[in-house]
Design a binder for this molecule. Structure first.
Ligand SMILES: Nc1ncnc2c1ncn2[C@@H]1O[C@H](COP(=O)(O)OP(=O)(O)OP(=O)(O)O)[C@@H](O)[C@H]1O
Length: 919
């Protein structure tokens, strides 16, 4: 969550008055200067005077922060007015520079300038890069710079980086931060990079010629430069500073501009927004007004932060010396004079990029039915305390956990996460190497934790039985066995982030379920837990407790990852997140930086606690079952010492014996990669039931192995933590049948229908090739149940019992996508898998054809065709290729019909005419 850290000076809360500079442009026509002389002139570097229109023998004097005379260069303006505020944005504070003044007074010249005389914008951006580059590496911060560019034209917010963009909405979050969901934000790495994006975007800005300015800006342009700096080490603080560079459109007297038609309309919008700006300034100055009318125009809404907000602001008021501009100049100076009284309250926007410790602890606390919110808060405070004083026992935990180790682990984890994108060969190498390193680090970490526990026990005088260590061990049960000889209660230690990594999915699934819950779960059905039949939502505990914390944590981190780095489309792919919410999330990110924890989502507009909890239920379940960025769902088959039989409570009356595969192994773990698992055929299932079906089956798959763990707790590891000897691998039947599924209440006895009678059939595809870098062997598919087939890798097998055939498609890793599909339905999933992505080049443009058709006398068919072709074009621009193709087809059809029909009509007319002429 973004925090407001007061930008303090010497401990006192800092306020910053808007700095107002006035710049007088030189005469454009030298003759004017000679003929009438200027109506305004500078007295010194801060004062100027203008002729009093009531009495021409008097002048009115003004005092500003800076006065730039006609001879002032662009560089001087930048150095004295703009450069001083730029360092603030590197500290997570906001800054804004806006040019104000009548049309033709030199605002664009000041802000943009020319190639020979670059203005504030290029100089400021270059300076930001200079400041970042000058930062010492040893300071320990990473800097990232990005840009957005928009214009407000006729009260529409348009993205200048995305030509032909639509009007974008302006939103405000709970913390009064203004955000524009959907606005393009581009990362820039150098000034040249900035130039590459900025120059063409500037050409997109609406300009036109008026009587007073050859190239008059018809819109307000706002360039946003965002600097995000992230600490390289724990606690990975992240500060986001924004620089707004605003070139306002000039106020216009339409009697003099000669505006008509569209120019007049533009002028009306410009004047109205500037009038609102002046009302805002008035109301801020009066100090009594209850409501500052920021919302009365888009301009003031966007500048809300800079006027009476949190930015360090500089206003450059441009004025012209000519008499014809007298009243504009006079009112601009009055506006500037009252603006300088506005006081802003800058603060640093700070987030923490990575959670320091696993969240599991919080859940454990809740699960223990213990303290409510207050004690939890207290605990959190306690956890923070060691950083400050380091005197409490828990301080030992922190100090002994050695940030450097944590950092290395996290770095390794990152490496492995990023490995997904690399070539598989190099990935395997990296992973193997990383695994070795992780193992070493884990050992080291464990040592520290043991010491930490010891110290804490000594300090608090409690036995290890009752003590709960700060770090929990979520490592795989097989590894834990080693140290579990004495079976201390919940003796858990080690490093959560590691288990997010790609190399660990099997362990994650192996510990998918707490042992005590697994049997109950068979009887109760997970579907009930995900969403109970009465429609009421279970408390968070009831569903979260069904998943292992490590899996839960991984899922949470995945969601967090998507929330923090996902594009609009990816966000929309999350359950419960529609277009609007995705945009709001993007906007929230814009303002606050990263989501530090999932609960931050509730701070996004419209995301109530209830919605959040539903969102979590669905998404966490799906992701935990089908990780998106990890390899396809894997199933760990439990390894038992000697052909163990299924525990009595797991045997189902009337159910065929659980098929068992016997495998000989001399390696540490037996691991079956269930390449893709899915169900087919859900006649009569609605979406909700399909969701239950998917979740239930997958959860059962993961649950099944732990059933045996409960009773047997087999210890197959030798000293090196590896397994030897013969092992039997029981492979469960699909644990939930279609009938069970439809009967969402479930049988109280937990008895299940035989697989053969099920309406939904689970097909497990075992990847025969699996023999991964770990030396882990797959379970041979032949030795498994008949329902388990072994198609080549990356093939998906769906069995339709009533068709008596199996359909195969190349649906590699598609389960992951299903987990993110807006409506998780298996049928949809299937369609995603079978429809290859459309090639953009295949979408044809029928605009010309439909325009031609418009000349045919078959109205309104041709007009409809024309409309369709435009819609197709729009869809293409919005990335909806499918829609574009469909609309294009209709457009083509209508246009062809129009052309053919029109041609026939024309020919008929000509023939008719010819006959008439003859007769
Ligand atoms: N300080 C200056 N020195 C030299 N030329 C200037 C200066 N200021 C403005 N000009 C020139 O005056 C003309 C009008 O300036 P500019 O377009 O920047 O005005 P503006 O305030 O942005 O007008 P509008 O609001 O209509 O866009 C331009 O040709 C510009 O080059």
């Amino acid at each position: 969550m973004a925090q407001r850290v007061p930008a303090s000076d010497g401990g006192s809360k800092k306020t910053s008055r808007i700095r107002v500079a006035v710049r007088l442009r030189p005469y454009m026509v030298k003759e004017d200067e000679k003929a009438e002389g200027p109506c305004v002139r500078g007295i010194d570097s801060q004062n100027l005077e203008i002729i009093n229109w009531r009495n021409a023998t008097e002048t009115v004097k003004y005092h500003f922060d800076v006065f730039h005379g006609e001879q002032t260069t662009q560089k001087e303006v930048f150095l004295s007015s703009v450069k001083p505020i730029l360092p603030h944005i590197l500290k997570g504070e906001n800054a804004s520079v806006f040019a104000y003044g009548p049309t033709g007074a030199g605002k664009t010249h000041t802000m943009l300038g020319s190639a020979e005389q670059p203005g504030v914008i290029p100089r400021a951006v270059r300076e930001v890069f200079n400041l970042v580059n000058a930062k010492d590496e040893d300071e320990g911060w990473d800097y990232k710079i990005g840009m957005s560019y928009l214009e407000i034209y006729n009260e529409k917010v348009l993205d200048l980086l995305l030509p032909n963009s639509q009007d974008l909405p302006i939103r405000e979050d709970k913390d009064k931060n203004i955000l524009i969901p959907g606005l393009t934000h581009t990362t820039i790495t150098s000034f040249a990079d900035f130039d590459k994006h900025f120059v063409p975007a500037t050409l997109n800005r609406t300009t036109a010629s008026t009587k007073l300015n050859q190239r008059s800006s018809r819109s307000h342009a706002i360039l946003l430069i965002k600097v995000v700096r992230t600490q390289k080490t724990l606690p990975f603080r992240q500060q986001t500073g924004k620089l707004y560079l605003v070139d306002l459109a000039g106020s216009e007297d339409n009697r003099r501009t000669g505006n008509q038609g569209i120019r007049l309309k533009e002028s009306g919008a410009i004047n109205l927004s500037l009038f609102t700006l002046s009302k805002v300034v008035d109301s801020l100055n009066s100090g009594t007004s209850i409501r500052v009318p920021y919302r009365d125009s888009k301009l003031t809404r966007l500048l809300q932060d800079s006027l009476g907000g949190s930015a360090h602001s500089v206003m450059i008021t441009n004025i012209a010396p000519e008499y014809k501009f007298y009243f504009d100049t006079f009112s601009a100076l009055n506006f500037a004079a009252k603006s300088k009284l506005i006081v802003n309250k800058p603060f640093t926007r700070e987030t923490v990029a990575m959670p320091m410790l696993p969240v599991k602890r919080a859940r454990e606390e809740r699960g223990s039915g213990g303290p409510g919110a207050e004690p939890t808060k207290k605990k959190q405070k306690d956890e923070k305390r060691p950083e400050q004083d380091g005197s409490s026992p828990s301080a030992h935990h922190h100090s002994l956990s050695e940030p450097s180790v944590m950092e290395r682990l996290i770095a390794l984890e990152k490496l492995m996460m990023s490995c997904q994108d690399k070539d598989r060969q190099s990935v395997l190498k990296d992973v193997a190497q990383s695994r070795r390193e992780i193992q070493e680090l884990k050992e080291k970490q464990r040592e520290f934790e043991n010491k930490a526990m010891l110290l804490s026990q000594l300090a608090e005088g409690k036995s290890s039985e009752t003590e709960e260590p700060v770090f929990r061990n979520n490592s795989a049960p097989l590894q834990r066995k080693q140290s579990n000889a004495a079976k201390p209660k919940k003796q858990q230690a080690v490093v959560q982030p590691l288990q997010v990594s790609q190399v660990q999915p099997l362990q994650q699934l192996a510990v998918i379920k707490k042992q005590s819950v697994c049997v109950k779960k068979r009887e109760k059905k997970l579907s009930d837990l995900v969403e109970p039949p009465d429609g009421k939502e279970n408390s968070e505990i009831s569903w979260e407790s069904q998943l292992d914390t490590s899996v839960l944590e991984v899922s949470r981190q995945k969601i967090l990852h998507i929330l923090n780095s996902g594009c609009l489309k990816e966000l929309k792919g999350l359950q419960q997140i529609g277009d609007k919410k995705a945009k709001l999330i993007l906007g929230w990110r814009e303002i606050h930086g990263h989501f530090t924890k999932l609960e931050d989502l509730t701070r996004v507009e419209g995301m109530t606690e209830k919605r959040f909890s539903t969102f979590m239920k669905r998404v966490v379940c799906w992701i935990s079952l089908f990780p998106l960025h990890t390899p396809p769902p894997c199933l760990i088959l439990p390894v038992l010492p000697e052909s163990p039989s299924l525990p009595a409570h797991c045997a189902q009356p009337g159910q065929p014996a659980t098929p068992t595969a016997t495998v000989s192994h001399s390696h540490s773990r037996i691991r079956s990669n269930v390449d893709e698992v899915f169900a087919a055929r859900h006649t009569g299932l609605d979406n909700k039931q399909k969701l239950h079906f998917g979740v239930t089956m997958a959860a059962n798959m993961m649950e099944a192995p732990t059933v045996w763990q409960e009773e047997e707790q087999p210890s197959l590891l030798n000293q090196e933590g590896s397994l030897s000897g013969q092992a039997s691998v029981p492979v469960p039947c699909p644990p939930v049948t279609g009938e069970e599924l439809l009967d969402s209440g479930g049988s109280p006895t937990g008895a299940r229908s035989p697989c053969s009678k099920s309406r939904g059939e689970l097909v497990i595809v075992i990847n025969e090739k699996l023999k991964n870098s770990n030396g882990i062997h797959s379970v041979p598919a032949e030795s498994l149940s008949p329902v388990i087939s072994s198609p080549p890798r990356r093939q998906h097998s769906i069995s339709y019992p009533h068709h008596g055939k199996t359909r195969k498609g190349s649906r590699a890793s598609s389960i992951g996508y299903t987990a993110f599909s807006p409506r998780p339905s298996i049928s949809r999933h299937s369609s995603i898998a079978t429809n290859p992505p459309l090639d953009r080049s295949k979408v044809k443009d029928y605009l010309l054809l439909s325009v031609l058709a418009c000349f045919c006398p078959v109205w309104p068919i041709n007009i409809v065709g024309f409309v369709y072709s435009i819609m197709s074009k729009n869809s293409l621009e919005q990335g909806n290729l499918d829609g574009a193709v469909r609309l294009g087809r209709v457009a083509k059809m209508l246009s062809v019909v129009s052309l053919v029909g029109g041609t026939i009509i024309i020919i008929a007319c000509i023939v008719n005419l010819a006959i008439n002429v003859k007769t």
